[in-house]
Design a protein around this ligand. Structure first.
Ligand SMILES: [Zn+2]
Ligand SMILES: [Zn+2]
Length: 382
C-alpha cells in the first residue's frame, strides 16, 4: 500500500474512527469507497465497533498509507485504557466503562459523546476518552458533554457524514450533525449544578488524570491504583443503581440534591444511561466515598443494606470495597461449633456465672434466640 497523497496524523487524544473519517474526507473520498475499494479492507469496518476491535491488519494498513506508527494508531483505540479502566476491552459482551454506541435503551439511543466547546477548536475531532461512560463532563470547559444534535435530536455519528445528498463534507467539518448538518459546536454549553463538598471538582480532577495518563496520588480516594478504583467504583454504581435500593437513593437524595429516581424500574446498566443519569450516579458515588468507609457504612446501615444485599459474591470486588463490607456490613449468622459452645459453658461455670441463653449469647456475640437453639449443651450437662 502506497502512502496517501494527503495523510493528516491523529490529533492529541483522537479516537481511531474520528481519524479514519478525517483521512477519507481529506482525500475527497466517500468513507466506504475509501476503505473497501481504495485501501482494499476485506472486513466490514463501520458495522462494527472499530474503536474497540480494530484488527492488526487494519492498523498495519493504516500505518502504511499514513506513515503513522502502528503503536501510535493502537493508542487511538479503546485498548489504550487496558489495565487502567478495565483489564481487556476486547472481552465479549458489553465492555465495562464503554458507551455502547447506537444501542436503544428505553427512549434513549447512545451516540458519540463530545464537548461542543472542544469541537470549536481549530480542526474539530473526537476524543478517545469521550467513548468511556465515566466521562460526562469536559474537564477543560466544565460543561456537560452532548451525544445528540440539539437541532434535530439525531445522535452524534460522524462516520455517517458525507453519505447521501451532502457528499461534499470536508475533513475539517466533523463538527456537523450527520443528519441535519447543524454545527454541533454551536450547541449552548450546559453546566453542572453546585454540589456539596466539591464533589464536581473532585470528579473533574479525576477526569484530568486521563489527559496526563497518570493517576495522581493526591486524589483522596480509597485506593491509589486506577484499575482497583474503577473496579470498585463499578461495584458502587451497581449498588446505587440497583432496582431494590430505593431506600439508599432516598437517603442520598436527602443529603445531595441529585434527585436520583425512586421508582423500582430504575435501569440496571450504567453504560446505557443518558449523560445526566450517569453524572448523577457518579456524583452519588463520589459523595459516598468521602471519609471512606464511615459515610458509606452509615448510609448502608440506614438503608438496611447488608453485605449480602450488596452482592452475592463480594470477593469479586477489590480489597478497598470488600473490607468495609466484610468488617461492618456482614450480617450472616456466625454458627459456633459444639466444642465452642461446650467451652463457653465450662468457662461460665468456672466463673460461677449461671449458664443460660443470655449469658452464652453474650460470650459468643450471637443473638439470645439463636443461643437458645444450643440449650441441649448445658441442659444435658447439668
Ligand atoms: Zn471541552
Ligand atoms: Zn441535527
Amino acid at each position: 500500500m502506497k502512502l496517501l497523497p494527503l495523510h493528516p496524523q491523529p490529533k492529541k487524544g483522537e479516537i481511531l474512527s474520528s481519524w479514519m473519517v478525517r483521512l477519507a474526507l481529506e482525500n475527497r473520498f466517500h468513507l466506504h469507497t475509501f476503505y473497501s475499494k481504495l485501501l482494499g479492507c476485506k472486513h466490514p469496518i463501520w458495522t462494527r465497533d472499530v474503536d474497540r476491535s480494530a484488527t492488526a491488519d487494519l492498523i498495519h494498513l493504516l500505518s502504511e498509507c499514513s506513515s503513522c506508527s502502528a503503536t501510535k494508531i493502537e493508542a487511538t483505540t479503546l485498548r489504550h485504557y487496558d489495565g487502567y479502566m478495565y483489564e481487556d476491552v476486547r472481552t465479549h459482551g458489553v465492555a465495562r466503562w464503554i458507551v455502547p454506541l447506537g444501542i436503544y435503551h428505553r427512549l434513549h439511543r447512545n451516540g458519540m459523546q463530545c464537548c461542543p466547546l472542544c469541537l470549536k477548536e481549530e480542526v474539530p475531532y473526537y476524543k478517545l476518552k469521550w467513548r468511556t461512560s465515566f466521562f460526562t463532563l469536559c474537564e477543560k470547559h466544565r460543561c456537560f458533554l452532548i451525544d445528540e444534535c440539539p437541532n434535530c435530536k439525531a445522535i452524534v455519528e460522524y462516520h455517517r457524514l458525507g453519505i447521501g445528498k451532502h457528499m461534499d463534507v470536508r475533513s475539517s467539518e466533523l463538527h456537523l450533525c450527520s443528519h441535519c448538518y447543524f454545527n454541533l459546536s454551536e450547541t449552548p454549553p450546559v453546566y453542572p449544578p453546585r454540589l456539596p463538598e466539591s464533589i464536581v471538582q473532585e470528579y473533574r480532577n479525576t477526569l484530568k488524570q486521563f489527559e496526563n495518563d497518570s493517576w495522581s496520588r493526591t486524589l483522596t480516594f480509597p485506593t491509589t491504583h486506577p484499575l482497583a478504583f474503577f473496579h470498585g467504583l463499578r461495584g458502587l454504581l451497581m449498588l446505587v443503581n440497583k432496582r431494590a435500593c430505593v431506600e439508599l437513593r432516598k437517603n442520598i437524595n436527602a443529603s445531595v440534591p441529585l434527585n436520583l429516581p425512586l421508582e423500582k424500574d430504575w435501569s440496571p446498566e450504567f453504560g446505557y444511561l443518558t449523560i445526566r443519569e450517569r453524572f448523577n450516579l457518579l456524583m452519588a458515588c463520589f459523595w459516598l466515598m468521602h471519609d471512606w468507609p464511615h459515610r458509606f457504612v452509615t448510609i448502608l446501615k440506614m438503608s438496611k443494606l447488608s453485605r449480602s444485599r450488596f452482592a452475592e459474591d463480594v470477593a469479586q470486588f477489590p480489597f478497598w470495597l470488600q473490607q468495609p463490607l466484610n468488617q461492618y456490613l456482614d450480617q450472616r449468622h456466625y454458627i459456633p461449633s459444639p466444642e465452642e459452645v461446650n467451652s463457653v459453658v465450662d468457662y461460665l461455670k468456672s466463673k460461677g456465672i449461671p449458664v443460660s441463653a443470655p449469658s452464652v449469647a453474650k460470650v459468643l456475640g450471637i443473638g439470645r434466640d439463636f443461643a437458645r437453639t444450643f440449650n441441649s449443651h448445658w441442659n444435658n450437662r447439668n
